[in-house]
Design a protein around this ligand. Structure first.
Ligand SMILES: Nc1ncnc2c1ncn2[C@@H]1O[C@H](COP(=O)(O)OP(=O)(O)O)[C@@H](O)[C@H]1O
Ligand SMILES: [Mg+2]
Length: 359
């Protein structure tokens, strides 16, 4: 093959590859659409488990005259979903773009933004409605994850709520209602969202698994429920990560692996070494787990749960170790060295566990 021929051939192949690549990228993008968005309920009535909230919201929507609202509760329980669904039901997809402004924690929401962007949205009057949707004569401003706003920004916001409530409704979403200043929360109808229970999570995950053609082996649902603790977003994200890593056949172990959970056997072995009073081996194992890449906080958290359930120890010993775990957690959050803190905890646990209490 002459070199010119060779080059030409290469060029042709490259072109072909490019087209393939684009097609591939397109397919990939479709595949990669986060399932949390793909499977977000579109109507308020489709939001599971929050029955009281859903029925109160539906009643309020019948009148078309909504109050300012405060949604609070743990992550992944349907707050953002409800807020978006209300907007969709009131305005439809087209008008929604004009009438709704959604700001979340990744948007800057300091006092200058409240005075600028939020004010200009909140203060402008509304135009015509569109046929087929109720289109009440106000706009909706969604402030997602509002607990990260400073008190100053919240105070500015509160003045805006007073001034512009004729043309704008505010939906304030947060995890901790205590972080929202009183003058705001007292102006809102409050809705508390609860952590989802196991049954609801299983149902929802089975629904998604069906839509994505996943085979969930026995124990997969339980693993998801356990590691996500009522946070539906976490459960769906884990499911998607596991599926993109392992393909469509999933098991509890595969879920635990993507969730970064330490295998139970390791934790059990660690506790047994502590009880045996073998300081050298318990330290070595703890170091191994840390070197496997698990964060110290994760090790201590699982160790704590495991310990609390164990029959190997007296209650007083458990209590003493748990107190230590709590102290160390605070230090870690403040930036202490992972290995030193872990080593410290395991030493204490080894001493406490191996000392027989005086009867
Ligand atoms: N009550 C629920 N019913 C059905 N799906 C839910 C529920 N809560 C959360 N989800 C799912 O979890 C994901 C995150 O929910 P989201 O409403 O964003 O949570 P947050 O309460 O943190 O705002 C969404 O994709 C949604 O599909
Ligand atoms: Mg949210």
């Amino acid at each position: 093959m002459s070199s010119a021929h060779y080059l030409k051939k290469m060029g042709g192949e490259e072109e072909q590859m490019d087209v393939d690549h684009q097609h591939h990228a397109h397919v990939q993008a479709k595949k990669k659409e986060p399932w949390v968005d793909k499977y977000r309920p579109k109507k308020v009535s489709d939001v599971a488990y929050q029955t009281e909230v859903v029925s109160a919201l539906e009643k309020a929507m019948e009148t078309h005259n909504l109050p300012h609202m405060l949604f609070y509760g743990p992550p992944g329980t349907g707050k953002t979903t409800c807020a978006l669904a209300i907007c969709k039901q009131l305005y439809g997809p087209e008008l929604g773009k004009k009438r709704v402004l959604e700001l979340n924690a990744s948007d800057e929401r300091g006092i200058s933004v409240v005075r600028g962007k939020i004010k200009s949205f909140a203060s402008t009057t509304v135009g015509e409605g569109v046929p087929g949707y109720p289109c009440p004569p106000y706009k909706i401003l969604i402030l997602d994850e509002a607990d990260s706003m400073t008190n100053d920004a919240q105070s500015a916001l509160r003045r805006m709520m007073e001034t512009y409530s004729r043309v704008t409704r505010f939906f304030i979403l947060c995890n901790y209602v205590s972080k929202i200043i009183d003058p705001i929360s007292s102006r809102c109808a409050k809705f508390r969202f609860k952590s989802l229970d196991g049954g609801t999570m299983h149902e929802r995950i089975n629904f998604i698994a069906k839509g994505e053609n996943l085979q969930l082996a026995e124990g997969t649902l339980q693993a998801l429920e356990h590691v996500s603790a009522g946070d539906m977003r976490k459960a769906i994200t884990l499911l998607q990560s596991a599926a993109s890593l392992f393909g469509s056949e999933l098991t509890g172990d595969r879920i635990r692996e993507v969730a970064g959970v330490i295998p139970d056997e390791k934790i059990e072995e660690l506790l047994q070494l502590c009880v045996a009073g073998d300081s050298q081996k318990s330290q070595a194992l703890a170091e191994d787990i840390l070197k496997d890449g698990f964060p110290c906080l994760q090790i201590l958290e699982q160790f704590g749960y495991y310990l609390a359930d164990s029959d190997l120890l007296e209650d007083e010993m458990k209590a003493e170790i748990c107190l230590k775990l709590g102290e160390v957690e605070k230090k870690l959050v403040d930036g202490a060295d992972e290995w030193l803190q872990l080593s410290h905890c395991i030493s204490i646990a080894t001493i406490v566990c191996s000392t027989k209490p005086e009867k």
